[in-house]
Design a protein around this ligand. Structure first.
Ligand code: ASP
Length: 420
């Protein structure tokens, strides 16, 4: 069986097994011994431990992977001015796709009105959360201490430092060759570590998904079904229609082939709920399956995992409309434009870890004067939605990587066309 088949199979088995166990437990057929063995020991004990170790191992490789692969990537780019063009192109595409995502989300939410009829009274006191200002976000991109940035895993700072380091190393010319070779070697070591982790993926994914579904099941959707299914629909719509069209128009490659190639990546993102933890796999998929050359992928992927969150922006759009309707607060055109702007910025500031998109939603709600307490309404169904939107987030990173690589002539069509 191919690895992709094993990954997809482990997802299906884990979800089915978890839901079945939850159902048996809810019906009271499990008994005390069954609960002890199947739930306490197997699910919440053993599988949870395996799942957590799997995520930790993925996170372990992120900082060295980004640093070494980005430095090697920069060194291999022909001129420094090209780095500027590539950065600009990537940033613009990430922002553009996010703005499209949120606009589609608002349109569908206004059309289907998920919050009408909930009629909540306004809470008396609004609790405000501290969202960073744009100024803070910009200044914080530049590291004062690269070691601290790496220790904290501050991705944007690591990206800036790696770019500068790569440019400086390149400027040394042949005097930097020995260091370049050492960096290549270390980079290869980390990539082979990633390969080992990918081999273990079916087990990690099974552990993560089984324990999640066995504990949570689907029962919590209840009253929020309209919000839940609308959001899932918009996420799927954006992934297939927007990304599919952009791939056909801008990259002129077959979108179906693209989607077939990213399916195990999407399962990864779905099970980990974290674009950041999925980053090693995204990089591997983008390079070895889609054909994006290392020089582009090592820049676009870490950047995308940090700032490009189309799925998160979609959730924020639908949630804003849902909350405004639930509290019967009308938003006008200017408010919706504000939502597009703030949700785009909020998704840049959202860390690629589980659940942060919901915290950043506070920033969007406050911007248009909606009660932040509305978040409490949707928190119960957010776990599953978080998984789905993370899959969209990483597919967006892969899509933009392909578009940039093709426009820069750094795309290997043979790899893309191959069956792997
Ligand atoms: N979990 C998402 C991600 O890592 C972020 C979010 O929307 O909460 O991409």
């Amino acid at each position: 069986m191919s690895l992709t088949t094993r990954i997809v199979l482990s997802m299906v088995l884990a979800m089915a097994g978890g839901i079945l166990l939850k159902f048996i437990d809810d019906s009271g057929y499990l008994g005390d011994i069954g609960q002890l063995i199947l739930l306490d020991f197997f699910t919440e004990g053993l599988l949870d431990v395996i799942g957590q170790i799997f995520i930790a191992s993925l996170r372990l490789v992120i900082v060295p992977l980004v640093f070494f692969s980005l430095v090697c990537g920069v060194v291999s780019i022909s001129s420094t001015s090209r780095i500027g063009t590539i950065s600009l192109k990537t940033l613009s595409l990430y922002l553009l796709t996010t703005a499209i995502a949120i606009s589609i989300a608002l349109t569908f939410a206004l059309l289907f009105q998920p919050g009408i009829g909930i009629d909540l009274a306004l809470p008396t006191a609004f609790e405000s959360t501290d969202a960073p200002s744009l100024k803070e976000v910009l200044v914080n991109i530049f590291p004062t201490n690269p070691i601290a940035a790496m220790a904290e895993g501050n991705m944007l700072q690591i990206i800036v430092f790696s770019l500068l380091f790569g440019i400086a190393l390149k400027s040394l010319g042949s005097a930097g060759d020995s260091l370049k070779n050492s960096f290549e070697t270390i980079n290869n070591v980390i990539l082979s570590l990633v390969k080992m982790l990918i081999e273990l993926a079916p087990y990690g994914i099974f552990a993560l998904l089984f324990s999640l579904f066995a504990v949570q099941g689907f029962g919590m959707i209840g009253d929020l079904a309209k919000y839940f299914f609308l959001l899932v629909f918009v996420l799927i719509f954006h992934a297939f229609i927007t990304y599919g069209s952009l791939l056909s128009v801008l990259a002129r490659i077959n979108p179906i082939k693209f989607f077939m190639k990213v399916r195990s990546l999407a399962v990864f993102a779905f099970s980990t709920s974290s674009s950041s933890a999925t980053m090693p796999i995204t990089l591997d998929t983008v390079k070895n399956k889609l054909g994006v050359r290392s020089s582009i992928g090592s820049f676009t992927v870490p950047l995308g995992a940090t700032i490009n969150m189309d799925g998160t922006a979609i959730m924020q759009g639908v949630a804003t409309v849902f909350i405004s309707q639930a509290y019967n607060i009308d938003l006008n055109m200017i408010d919706y434009l504000m939502v597009i702007l703030t949700a785009t910025l909020a998704s840049i500031g959202t860390a690629g870890v589980p659940g942060v998109g919901l915290i950043m939603l506070a920033m969007v709600l406050e911007q248009v004067g909606l009660p932040v307490e509305g978040i409490a309404l949707i928190i119960g169904v957010d776990r599953l939605l978080d998984m789905t939107r993370t899959a969209v987030n990483v597919c967006g990173d892969a899509m933009v990587s392909c578009v940039v690589a093709i426009s820069e002539d750094e795309f290997d069509l043979e790899t893309f066309q191959s069956e792997n």
